[in-house]
Design a protein around this ligand. Structure first.
Ligand code: COA
Length: 290
């Protein structure tokens, strides 16, 4: 991944740059750390907030928030100006953000977790599950963009450069409080999908030798190590592993990617906004099928 201490913009320079990335200690990883806790009074009839995630192409309005999350992810984050420059070149770059809104779902204190509605006689009757996009968004954590529109808070981001048949993943990060629930995978899957859309045949990246969490994520998606860059990270002279994905046009890998996609969709349990960028949309599935 890209060196965060240099602001050179030439592609040749970029390739030789280092990525000063901060990994979370492995011990910090755990679903318990990231799941929303029940509100006081859970178990009674309450509007329980649930997270709903949406993926968007990053734009200039997002930069201050991305920088905020980045500072929580990396020891030496990019300056906002680096993102602003990157976003001026969407033909060669692709940057996305994941947002989180909280939506309410009416819960009852019976065994059933299904949303309920009131009958005309006042009794409670089960209803069909409410489509998540129809649930009521809560204003918590929402931000205003330059057009005055309310946008849910950014909790993760990823990006890559594309050149010829290679896609070079430059950054990926998830807010520390939201890790361990599949959002890193979601972002990486988004990189794979866009790389395929743009005709790339490989994904590559650099990662600190001690960044066990990120390496595990990449290995889960078929990346393997093809060398090291000695003393690659300028902050502590740490080595980088150079990792490459399998060939994206390999039918076996495409089948693996699809099975990962299905497993992730199950894991995220429909908590992805279907109207935005979604690796689980039917159109994406049709495009990406081997
Ligand atoms: C790397 C990072 C993006 C992963 O995000 P995440 O949302 O926590 O990851 P996910 O929940 O999607 O995890 C997907 C897989 O990654 C691996 N993984 C993620 N965190 C891990 C950890 N702490 N320890 C071991 N494996 C981990 C696992 O294989 C996991 O799959 P599993 O749930 O089936 O075990 C996140 O840890 C991060 O932002 N780190 C700081 C920034 C960074 O280092 N970026 C990478 C730069 S090269």
């Amino acid at each position: 991944m890209r060196n965060r201490s240099s602001q050179s913009t030439s592609r040749a320079d970029r390739r030789s740059l280092v990525c000063n990335l901060l990994e979370m200690p492995v011990g910090c990883y755990g679903p318990g750390m990231t799941t929303l806790r029940p509100r006081p009074g859970a178990g009674t009839a309450v509007d329980a907030p649930e997270p709903l995630y949406s993926l968007d192409v990053m734009n200039q309005d997002d930069v201050p928030e991305v920088s905020r999350v980045e500072r929580r992810c990396f020891a030496n984050p990019w300056p906002a100006s680096a993102y602003r420059r990157e976003l001026q070149n969407p033909g060669q770059n692709f940057y996305v953000v994941v947002r989180e809104s909280l939506v309410t779902a009416r819960k009852s204190n019976s065994e059933s977790e299904e949303p309920k509605e009131t009958n005309v006689d006042g009794s409670m009757a089960p209803v069909k599950p409410v489509p998540r996009r129809a649930l009521l968004p809560i204003s918590l954590g929402r931000r205003q963009d330059s057009g005055g529109q309310q946008r849910p808070a950014i909790i993760g981001f990823a990006g890559m450069w594309l050149a010829f048949d290679e896609a070079h993943v430059t950054t990926i990060g998830v807010d520390p409080t939201r890790r361990g629930q599949g959002l890193g995978e979601l972002l990486l899957l988004c990189m794979f999908d866009e790389a395929l859309n743009r005709g790339a045949n490989w994904l590559t990246l650099e990662v600190r030798v001690t960044n066990a969490a990120a390496q595990a994520l990449y290995r889960k998606y078929g990346f393997s190590t093809h060398g090291t860059r000695k003393r690659y990270y300028s902050d502590n002279n740490e080595d980088a592993l150079i990792m490459w994905s399998p060939a994206l046009n390999d039918p076996e890998f495409r089948a693996t990617l699809e099975s990962r996609r299905i497993a992730l969709e199950r894991r995220l349990g429909g908590r992805i906004e279907p109207d935005g960028l979604s690796p689980f949309s039917d159109s994406m599935r049709r495009t990406q099928s081997p």
